[in-house]
Design a protein. Structure first.
Length: 327
C-alpha cells in the first residue's frame, strides 16, 4: 500500500506537531506572552558633562492605585511608587547633583501626598542636593504640599496654585434606595461603627467627629507649609489656607512661591543651586516611552479633569483629600 501526503496534509501534520510541543512545554515551563513591566532607564534630554540634573514628573491625581484596570498589559506603578523608584535610582548615582520636580497636579489623597513629601524629604536629607519644584498648569492642594519638600518653588506665569486645605468626600444614596424600595441595616458594636455610611444621613455627632479628623489633617498641612515657606508666619499661612486657588502672580505676592518662570527657569535654578557650570538634564522612563525633550510625557491639563484620573481614588467609604476640584 502506498501512502501519499499532500502539501495541505503535511501542513496539518506540522501544525499538530507544533501544538503538541507547546502543550508539552506548558507543563514544564511557564511561558508568558505578555511582556513584564521593564525597569526604568535613563535618557539625556539636553546638556553635556558628567553632572546630572534629574527631571521627575509629578502629574495627575496623587493616589495609590486601588485596583488593576485590567487589559493585556500590566498597569505601571502609581505615582508614589514611581517617584520612589526614581529617587532610589538617583540616590545611587553620585552624578545626580540636583532634582527638578515638574508638577502638574490638583493634589490627591492625604496619605499619598504625605508619603510623596516624606520620600522627597528623606532623599534630600540623604543626598543633600537641591530640589526645585516648578508648577505647570496646576500645583494645588496635595501637589502644593509635595512642593514644600523643595528648596525653591517656581510657578509658570499661567499656573493655578494653592487650594491649601482638606476635603472629605462622602456619597449618600439613601434617597436612591428609597426610590428603589430598598433599605439597609447595620448591626454594630458601637454607635459610631458605621459613621460615614452612604446608606443613611450623617448625624450631628458624626459630623463633629469627622470635622475633628479634618482639622488634624488641616493643621498638618499648615505646619508643612510653614516649614516649607519659612518667610511666612503661621497666622499668615492660615489666612492663605482657606482652600482658595491663586494665580501665579497672586501666589508670588503672597509668598507661596519664590518666582515666576518656565521649566527652563527651574532647570537653571537647579544648576545654580548645585554650583554647576554644565550638566546633563536627564529623566527616567520605561523602555518604549518616547522621551526626547523636557516636556515629553507631560500630561495635558485637560487630563487632570477627566473621570479616568479620579478613578484612582478609593470609593465607597468617606475619603480625606488634599485635592482641588474634588466635588
Amino acid at each position: 500500500m502506498k501512502i501519499v501526503v499532500t502539501s495541505a496534509g503535511m501542513g496539518k501534520v506540522c501544525f499538530l506537531m507544533v501544538v503538541s510541543v507547546v502543550v508539552w512545554l506548558a507543563g514544564c515551563v511557564s511561558i508568558s506572552l505578555v511582556p513584564p513591566l521593564q525597569p526604568l532607564q535613563e535618557t539625556t534630554l539636553s546638556g553635556t558633562g558628567k553632572a546630572k540634573v534629574l527631571l521627575i514628573d509629578v502629574s495627575g491625581v496623587i493616589a495609590h492605585r486601588t485596583t488593576d484596570r485590567g487589559g493585556v498589559f500590566p498597569d505601571p506603578p502609581d505615582i508614589v511608587s514611581r517617584v520612589k523608584e526614581e529617587l532610589d535610582l538617583a540616590a545611587q548615582d553620585d552624578h545626580v547633583k540636583a532634582v527638578v520636580l515638574r508638577i502638574n497636579s490638583p493634589g490627591g489623597t492625604v496619605t499619598a501626598s504625605d508619603q510623596l513629601y516624606y520620600e522627597l524629604r528623606r532623599f534630600k536629607a540623604t543626598r543633600k542636593i537641591p530640589i526645585v519644584a516648578v508648577f505647570m498648569d496646576v500645583g494645588a492642594s496635595g501637589a502644593y504640599y509635595v512642593a514644600m519638600a523643595a528648596d525653591s518653588v517656581i510657578a509658570h506665569p499661567t499656573s493655578v496654585v494653592g487650594s491649601i486645605g482638606v476635603v472629605m468626600l462622602r456619597m449618600n444614596v439613601e434617597g436612591l434606595l428609597e426610590k428603589l424600595g430598598l433599605e439597609t441595616s447595620a448591626i454594630k458594636s458601637g454607635a459610631m461603627k458605621d459613621m460615614g455610611s452612604p446608606f443613611r444621613t450623617m448625624t450631628d455627632e458624626e459630623y463633629h467627629v469627622f470635622m475633628g479628623v479634618i482639622m488634624d489633617f488641616y493643621n498638618r498641612f499648615v505646619q508643612v507649609v510653614g516649614e516649607g515657606r519659612p518667610g511666612l508666619k503661621r497666622d499668615r499661612v492660615r489666612e492663605l489656607a482657606d482652600g482658595r486657588i491663586y494665580t501665579a502672580a497672586q501666589a508670588l505676592k503672597a509668598g507661596l512661591v519664590d518666582e515666576l518662570g518656565y521649566l527652563d527657569t527651574a532647570l537653571d535654578r537647579a544648576k545654580q543651586s548645585a554650583e554647576l557650570t554644565e550638566a546633563r538634564v536627564v529623566t527616567y522612563h520605561r523602555p518604549g516611552t518616547y522621551t526626547n525633550n523636557i516636556y515629553s510625557g507631560l500630561r495635558d491639563s485637560s487630563t487632570l479633569r477627566r473621570i479616568a484620573d479620579w478613578s484612582q481614588l478609593p470609593v465607597g467609604m468617606p475619603q480625606f483629600l488634599y485635592l482641588w476640584g474634588a466635588s
